[in-house]
Design a protein around this ligand. Structure first.
Ligand SMILES: [Zn+2]
Length: 430
């Protein structure tokens, strides 16, 4: 086990807020995006956690920021349309028909192979280190720039050269150059809004409101501990800040921040001196990211960590009768085996949905144990079946267990327990 994983579990077992946060499903914990290609959607989770002081129940604040962002986008679209009337002829003059061919090739590629094109665009957004080389490679592929140009600086120099050669061209008036610079600024503004939208649209922002057990203070403290131990670190990606107390556009922007999450509260608006709203991305250490991405997620991994620290031997993913797989088996006493089925659920859903999932998995576990007991070598063994889940609400788990047991009266169903990691520890005296 790596040093960072050891540090993580040291914090995890001592800090309830840490357990509550990291036992969320990976889509809820991490910055997760959905990519739609041909009507099919793919979800992918990045090794990134976004820390924000915008609570999801602060609907006024979040809507204010959303509307401001929408309004700003609309204004800029208007501006781009009007500026392009000036800007278009400059582009055509500089690049002529070559440009039209390149655009046609893009349009065809999007039509023929949307997935490849989508992945290229994603690469540009999320691979900050290689962003410049990916963009340049693609500009070359589509014939926008010639093959001898290898950096943004070289492109700028080359374009400037082209502009200078045609000094006497009537299109290159001061007015047009001014327009060109304005368009460049609008593109930058669009980027600001794009970053912001990506931040507030990530489902991961919900972390703030998911657990009523945790308050904002306990979570801020947790992020501070995580940062100090190197489990999360400042991200190369930009943060977004907006002062909702001031008039729109007074103090907003995206920039890089390298800051202990504990100090985010010091971010104040220089105009009104009140606290700003922020969305700040932090990178999650790859060792912890890999654990979260495992099939049974952090819950299974934490269970094994707990058993190891108590020197209890265990077996994982044991196969019975060709089609039954038990996540973890360990002996409590001689001739008494605990069979654990771990399940990670998306917590941000209705209690009814969670209840129906719990019932389904309870019944599946009951059937599996029946079949395993039917095989002679296991028939005499005492099996304690446990459905281990990532739901924090103990009362709710007890209520569901009671409801099922009122209907399913067979001995095996009656012996099944639905536990979370906290109740598992106390029931098993670990
Ligand atoms: Zn302000």
């Amino acid at each position: 086990m790596s040093l960072i994983t050891k540090k993580f579990y040291n914090l995890f077992w001592k800090n309830q807020t840490c357990q509550n946060l990291f036992l969320l499903s990976k889509e809820e914990l991490l910055d997760t995006k959905t990519l739609d290609v041909d009507g099919k959607s793919f979800r992918y989770s990045l090794p990134r956690i976004i820390v924000s002081n915008v609570e999801i129940d602060e609907s006024l604040t979040i809507d204010t920021i959303k509307y401001r962002s929408d309004n700003h986008n609309l204004q800029m679209q208007e501006m781009i349309t009007s500026k392009m009337e000036h800007f278009g002829p400059i582009l055509m003059e500089l690049f002529g028909d070559k440009l039209r061919d390149s655009f046609e090739r893009i349009v065809n590629d999007v039509k023929d192979n949307p997935l490849i094109f989508g992945l290229t665009i994603l690469g540009i957004f999320y691979d900050k280190h290689n962003r410049e080389s990916i963009i340049i490679e693609n500009l070359k592929n589509y014939g926008f720039i010639s093959h001898h140009l290898n950096s943004f600086t070289e492109i700028a120099e080359f374009t400037k050269g082209k502009l200078l050669v045609r000094k006497n061209n009537p299109i290159l008036t001061e007015k047009n150059i001014e327009t060109f610079l304005e368009v460049v600024k609008v593109i930058k503004e669009l980027y600001v809004n794009l970053v912001y939208k990506a931040l507030y649209e990530t489902n991961q922002i919900l972390v703030n409101s998911l657990n009523s057990e945790d308050n904002f203070k306990s979570r801020t403290k947790l992020f501070h501990y995580l940062y100090e131990s190197g489990i999360i670190s400042a991200s190369m990606e930009d943060a977004y800040v907006d002062c909702t107390h001031c008039e729109p556009g007074t103090y907003r922007g995206v920039f890089q921040l390298k800051l202990d999450p504990n100090k985010l509260k010091n971010l104040k608006c220089p105009i009104c001196a009140k606290k700003v709203k922020y969305f700040v991305p932090y990178d999650l250490h790859k060792d912890i990211y890999e654990i979260i991405r495992e099939k049974d997620g952090l819950l299974q991994h934490a269970l094994l960590n707990l058993l190891s620290t108590k020197d209890i031997g265990y077996k994982t993913n044991q196969l019975f009768l060709d089609d039954i797989e038990v996540d973890c088996i360990f002996d409590k006493r001689k001739e008494e085996s605990v069979f654990v089925e771990t399940k990670m659920y998306k917590i941000n859903t209705t209690k009814d949905k969670l209840k129906s999932k719990l019932k389904k998995h309870f019944c599946k576990l009951s059937e599996d144990i029946h079949r395993i007991k039917g095989v002679s070598e296991h028939s005499q063994k005492l099996i304690i079946p446990i459905l281990l889940v990532n739901i924090i609400d103990e009362e709710f788990l007890q209520e569901v267990e009671k409801e099922i047991k009122e209907i399913k009266e067979d001995q095996i169903s009656q012996s099944i327990r639905i536990l979370n990691i906290t109740t598992f520890r106390s029931e098993m005296s670990l």
